[in-house]
Ligand binder design. Structure first.
Ligand code: FEO
Length: 401
């Protein structure tokens, strides 16, 4: 009996991945519920493994494969994505099973060779290519930059399974393998957090991909991503969420992220929040030293406004604000309005630096920034409240337009 059994997802396809219960950081994104690295065994006449797992989990994957077949019977491997969480185990698998071919996109070939020097074993496939496995067929669609330049989807025509690598995934370690076995509120939260922290910069590509899939002959009954659970019911829900997130429409929600040294910037943030909320806008106040950058990214996903405040520390932004704003800038959120604010003692560079970071994110500033010397008096707090009102009014105007 295998202590790491495979899980059947169709008559001839098995999940043979690994569960990472303890990972809490995925290149800067806090993964509070762990993750999975999914690999799939397609048991056609010519047996094919779709993706592998992160290197330390290779023995777990091999044990799951061995619970179905002798791993040496694997004829080929498809590498849908060359990032290390899916290819780290590839050299070990190649050494163990000696496949005839590894299929990858042209950029996948480049990345895998640069990482591992796999050489002639790699056979390049492109969008529209098909490979005949005897009793089954695999088709390919390149999905460049979703998530890396090498990324591609693979579709099993006969079993109607779409292997979507990072797309439609989430960082969620569970004993259950299917989404319909998991609390929907956890799925909704983790799918949104994953989109916000991994896929947000590629939203325009996701819109195009959704169009491509809707016009394709592919009619998946199952979506099998490389992280988190497999989708076998109500696929329209997760596809619809991606379509909606990718549009990044403004909503009546403002995120105020700030940090504070002696509570001055904090008082400003609270007065701004009161002003914004007074217009009927949902406000999330996020003290940067008390929340994680990936939580801010999650809240930004459906927000229409980003307001950022920082005290000046040694002529600079407060470190926690530099962290969160740098992270958000990389995620390239779209269609945001906002404002900058902060306190200072003498030099006061931080507010200008917050403005520059917001400008780099193309956040449209609603009003003049507020810089407060030492501690806000009543006059300054009223200015903060008015700034909040201005942001709220502009947001409502945009949402109603
Ligand atoms: Fe799950 Fe882009 O790697």
């Amino acid at each position: 009996m295998s202590t790491f059994p495979a899980v059947k997802i169709t008559d001839n396809i098995y999940w043979v991945g690994a569960i990472d219960w303890t990972i809490r950081d995925f290149h800067g994104y806090r993964t509070g519920r762990g993750s999975t690295y999914n690999a799939y065994l397609v048991c056609a006449d010519r047996i094919t493994l779709i993706d592998t797992v992160k290197k330390p989990f290779c023995s777990e994957m091999m044990a799951r494969i061995a619970s179905v077949i002798d791993p040496e019977r694997i004829d080929s491997i498809v590498s849908n994505h060359s990032e290390m969480d899916h290819s780290g185990g590839l050299p070990e698998v190649i050494a163990a099973v000696k496949p005839e071919r590894v299929y990858a996109s042209v950029m996948g070939q480049k990345a895998l060779n640069e990482h591992f020097g796999i050489g002639n074993l790699i056979h390049v496939v492109k969008s529209g290519d098909r490979i005949d496995l005897g009793s089954m067929t695999l088709e390919f669609l390149e999905t460049r930059m979703l998530h890396w330049p090498d990324s591609m989807f693979t579709y099993c025509t006969e079993e109607k399974v779409l292997f979507s690598q990072d797309a439609f995934g989430m960082h969620l370690a569970t004993a259950e393998r299917f989404a319909d076995e998991i609390d929907p509120s956890i799925l909704a939260y983790e799918a949104a957090t994953y989109y916000a922290n991994i896929l947000l910069p590629y939203s325009k590509l996701i819109t195009k991909l959704a169009e491509t899939l809707s016009q394709s002959t592919w009619k998946p009954a199952i979506i099998a991503p490389d992280h988190g659970p497999v989708w076998r019911k109500d696929l329209g829900t997760i596809i619809g969420r991606y379509t909606e997130w990718a549009l990044q429409r403004s909503s009546r929600k403002a995120v105020i992220v700030y940090d504070t040294m002696w509570h001055s910037t904090e008082q400003m943030a609270r007065a701004i929040a009161e002003g914004t909320a007074s217009r009927g806008v949902d406000v999330k106040i996020m003290p940067a030293s008390l929340v994680h950058r990936s939580d801010v990214a999650y809240e930004i996903l459906d927000a229409g406004a980003l307001l950022a405040g920082s005290p000046t520390l040694n002529n600079n932004l407060f470190p926690s604000m530099a962290d969160v704003l740098t992270y958000l800038k990389g995620l390239q959120p779209q269609n945001l309005i906002g404002a900058a604010f902060g306190s200072y003692g003498w030099s006061g560079e931080s507010v200008k630096q917050v403005e520059e970071m917001l400008a780099a994110m193309k956040v449209s500033l609603v009003a003049e920034s507020l810089a407060c010397l030492y501690a806000p008096d009543q006059n300054m707090l009223e200015k903060c409240f008015s700034l909040g009102v201005a942001v709220g009014d502009e947001l409502i105007k945009r949402c109603d337009a």
